[in-house]
Write a protein that binds this ligand. Structure first.
Ligand SMILES: [Zn+2]
Ligand SMILES: [Zn+2]
Length: 423
């Protein structure tokens, strides 16, 4: 069962915890290794596609656990072949964000790094990818230290550049598909503000949106502010576009469907009495299906062109798309197997239904490239009653425990459920 065309593994539904007693005992001991590792990673975040130090640490750990380690496309992959059985891939992402940390944590980042343009940026693990790495390494270690409890092949994949939708593609472009055994199924998880720490949330179907960002430039013709009739004002043109774009979701998308169009940046002009010759805007478009995403993108382009025509714009508008994320659409069967495993491991009261998140992920590019089903779930980062700061906030500060333990336990039990258990 290692080829991509093999049927999806349909393991017997477990009713007892997936982690054997020795595994559970080992997991207990891991806190004294995982917590300092987490603090170190949290102190030293690195920007997307520049995760050099991080990659080194992950590779070293995987080697220590006896994985066959390769660096691929800026990421790290560890493969552990352990006899006959399915091949399961679990992905964690590694990048931080250009954010100045204001969490007040003892182990807050003071790290800076040059970005691709040579500018010095603050860096912060403001999306919790440090949690993902530590949980991913925890699961990898647990599996490697208990080879008698499962059979098959486990692939621990650590991906760069999630925040700019570049890392999954970079790994594929660098030959991921030829360099590792083809998985039968892929898994991923994200720490979130809900559910509360210690719980996981999972659901079949679309759980994270498809997203694309667009840069749009429209042209006018410059003039003195006192002589608008001698120019073509791109500020008024851009304003009309921003207003008209609001009708896309309100008037063109069915009320039961989901879509968002946000103009996040709008720039034109330099002075009160000069009519500039161009305006630029950056938009973000989201949906739970590629069809609706495409409909919204087409709608933006249509409105921009029509408003340019209406304004007598002297030049065609220019469009550029970037940061394209596919929808994360969980496979029904795999999600059922993972959910069942999580319930068996954590108890029904710690497994919640995951409401779709409007944020996006490039995770699904990996299983889509292999042509295999996948499941992506969330787990809590904040203890009950604590005030939460969302992912990407300078105040983001998940509780180290039980978050690390829950992420590790969820990853390990989901993976074990899909591998062949012999224990
Ligand atoms: Zn993020
Ligand atoms: Zn993230």
């Amino acid at each position: 069962m290692t080829s991509a065309t093999a049927p999806i593994p349909t393991p017997p539904i477990p009713t007892t915890p997936l982690l054997t007693a020795p595994m559970a005992a080992a997991l207990e001991q891991y806190a004294s290794w995982q917590e300092p590792l987490f603090e170190d990673l949290h102190r030293h975040p690195e920007l997307s596609m520049r995760e050099e130090r991080t990659r080194g640490i992950v590779a070293e750990q995987l080697s220590e656990f006896g994985y066959a380690v390769q660096e691929i496309g800026g990421g790290v992959v560890g493969v552990k072949e352990n006899g006959e059985g399915p091949t399961v891939l679990m992905r964690a992402d590694m990048d931080g964000l250009p954010v100045t940390e204001a969490s007040g944590l003892r182990y807050a980042s003071t790290h800076t790094q040059q970005d691709a343009d040579g500018r010095t940026q603050p860096t912060m693990h403001a999306c919790g990818h440090d949690v993902h790495m530590v949980a991913g390494l925890g699961a990898a270690r647990l599996l490697a230290e208990h080879l008698g409890d499962w059979s098959g092949t486990y692939i621990a994949l650590f991906q760069p550049g999630e925040e700019i939708a570049a890392g999954a593609r970079a790994m594929i472009e660098d030959g991921l598909l030829d360099k590792v055994p083809a998985p039968d199924v892929c898994l991923g998880q994200h720490v979130l503000t809900t559910p509360v720490a210690g719980k996981v949330a999972i659901a079949p179907g679309p759980v994270m949106s498809s997203s694309v960002s667009m840069r749009v430039r429209v042209h006018g013709s410059g003039s003195h502010g006192s002589m608008p009739h001698l120019g073509i004002d791109p500020v008024v043109l851009a304003a009309a576009i921003v207003t008209r774009i609001q009708t896309l979701v309100a008037r063109e998308i069915a009320p039961g469907d989901f879509g968002v169009v946000t103009v996040g940046a709008l720039h034109a002009g330099t002075s009160a009495n000069i009519i500039p010759d161009r305006a630029e805007m950056s938009l973000n478009v989201r949906a739970y299906s590629e069809e609706i995403l495409e409909q919204l993108v087409q709608g933006v382009q249509r409105i921009v062109r029509a408003e340019c025509e209406a304004a007598r714009s002297p030049q065609e508008p220019e469009f550029e798309q970037f940061h394209h994320y596919p929808v994360t659409d969980n496979d029904e069967e795999v999600t059922h197997a993972v959910r069942t495993a999580l319930v068996a491991q954590l108890g029904e009261e710690r497994v919640e239904h995951m409401d779709p998140v409007t944020a996006s992920e490039d995770f699904s590019i990996l299983p889509d490239a292999f042509g295999v089903p996948y499941c992506y779930w969330g787990f809590g980062g904040y203890a009950e009653g604590r005030e939460t700061a969302p992912n990407h906030s300078p105040l983001w500060a998940p509780d180290m425990q039980p978050t690390l333990r829950t992420g590790t336990e969820a990853a390990a039990s989901a993976v074990l459920a899909l591998l062949d258990g012999t224990g």
